[in-house]
Design a protein. Sequence first.
Lengths: 264, 281, 263
Amino acid sequence: MLTAVKNQLRVCLLSLKYNIMREMVNKVTFLTNVCFMVLNNAALLVQWFILFRLREDVGGYTLREIMLLWGLTAASFGLSHILFARVFSLSELIIKGKLDAYLVQPKNVLVSVITSSTDISAIGDLLYGVALACACSPGIGGFFLFLLFTVTGTIVFTAFALLIGSLSFWFLRMDMLENQAVMGMISFATYPDGIFQGISRFLLYYIIPVGMAVWHPVHMINSFHAGTLFTVLGYALLLLTAAVCVFYRGLRKYSSGNLMTARM
Amino acid sequence: MQAIRVENLSKTFRVKKKEKGMAGSIKAILHPQTEKIQAVNGVSFQVEEGEMLAFIGPNGAGKSTTIKMLTGILYPDGGRVEVLGIDPTKKRKQLAYQIGTVFGQKEQLWTHLTPYDNFRFFGAIYDLSEREAEVRIEELAKRFELGTFIDTPVRNLSLGQRIRCEIVASLIHKPKVLFLDEPTIGLDPVVKENIRSLIMQMNREEHTTIFLTSHDVGDIEKLCRRIIIVNAGQIVLDDSMKKLKEHYLQGKGVEDSAASDVSLEDIIMDVYKAEGRTAAV
Amino acid sequence: MRKYMVIYRSVLLENLQYAANVAMGFLGYFVFIFIFVKLWGYMYRTPEELIAGYTKEQMIWYVMMTEMLFFGSNAASVAREVAGDIRGGNIAYLMNRPYHYTLYILAKYTGEWSVRLPMYVALAVVIGMVMVGPLPHFRLTAVWAMALCVILGLTINAVFKMCISLFSFWIEDATPFQWLYDKLILVVGILFPVEIFPQTLQPLLKLTPIYTVCYGPAKLIVDFSPEKCLEILVVQILYLMVGCEMMFLIYRKGVKKLYVNGG
């Protein structure tokens, strides 16, 4: 069991290394990609400077909390797109029958698939997120919490994309929904939860799990609460388990490239 | 021992039907209609260890679907599959260690890496230690004559060189069964011949069972001692190459089979025409 | 001129097929608007409050209009296509055809948004009526002037995005520059009207393309006045001329470079 995990990890790391090597072929492009993503994210802070000119708080958040929120979202988004970039185009792989190569390998299909590509600009997101968190001077404890929640946030984002993407085994046209759902989630995750009330608030905490990925964590970095921590950890684990189950359930219905040819 | 056992294997696909144009699209959303396509319908056969088998049929006959069920890519709807005594649906990973696959039209290599780095990657996939991988790569590189281009990125290789690398990549772990899906597609005659003799050699030296699909009569004639023809998801012919001609001519009512001049291509065409087109896709 | 019309028409027909796909984009639009309805709902403490001279309804309608232009035009397709043609080498065939490559792309793109945008207009009106309420002081008689500004604005935007993509003649990947341009438009044009920025910055912002691409058309829809309209139109025409001149120049230089290097 332990050697199996070790071997799997060896393949994943090699895959990551080769992916980055591919992008490093042209160093200038690689660096502009990363740097511009940082600038790109930083540009959006202007929005908050404007909003904080109008009121001292936005949805109950101070500028510092907004920066934590952004830092956490960018870091989680970045990490998930560095390690598991393929999960965000899983629908396309399923619909076009591109899982074959992973199914004939003696490794975990899901892990092999989602680690098979890397989004280079996401390195910029991750760097930006961590830098922003440092700028908030959260203290040693706060910083460790930030790192922990970056990991749970990555799990929630990845599992959510996996869940939606896996529905492609049953329904066509999920590729566009997958994209929209993930982008929508990121959009919500860059605004304070205080502006949402009632049903939308409930939905955003439990169904589209923005609350679990970033809002709870931001509150906890400010004032720690053990109960909430367990809720977040439990939720991340539960969502991941559900998503993995749906993926494997759907894999039985996988049709390879055969549907494509039949459709023509 | 038997390398492959297939009993009554079936697979159906549900395909959404859509009429042409905008009206058709809207109709398909409001009231989706699906159509069943029986890709594989009650197929049974066995393959002995060390055998070289041609599994052929017209486009859409169910060849690829069958291969994909044998390798664990697709989940069968009915029937039983055993490859090397392992059920691909239950122990996919365990089986994967013992089989190799080459899909001529799909590439498994990373194009920006050299063949050598690719082989190292596949070595890791099959849990070979650095040392084992090194030895095996050297051995295969010599046999497949990769020496001159083993350190050139794959995207700069010719198609023939690439296919050779694809085959080597799928042999890195000494598979007992090798599935080849149109390995010589798009290659020139000289390279084709070269690939064929390498496959022959594999079979001879490592006793690898070869399961081949191809539209190339040359591949089949030169490589295989047995042929299975499928059409519309069913086996329509299963015979040894030696006896095939004899049986075919007997069926036609020709007494003196030796005197008659009939090629393998003629026989295949005849079988395709007779059985096919009834359930054309 | 006629050949560009033909390009326009053929792509228009082709894109009608994809109408269903666009419906998915509606979801993304809805999410944005939903967030902004909530955000401005929080920022305005009382219903009568004015922020930068805008009522709450006007503020939300403003962002609805700019986002509508952004989603409805999908200018990213221009950038992708041009960059793809240049990097993929397709440009070598396209530039020898009996039309000007850049105008071909513009005509094609106009055909694309002619289908998309009306759908987003309809969607925006429905969402606006339900979630915000009707726009106060909307001048129905001036719709034609607004439409003119919108068309010019979208064209200018496409010209600028194409200029950036044409840099692919020299650099391998121009996408990061597209991000930056898009973000500039987003932060300074789409999310807020110019009036919300500090007084000292406003004249500066009016010099940027944002004023003509995004702020101008949306401002006219939300708060129409003939003087403003004339001002924006004049600036737009100036921008279009300068932008096109720049586009032709970059293209000429790029093609020359291609000939020197033999493709």
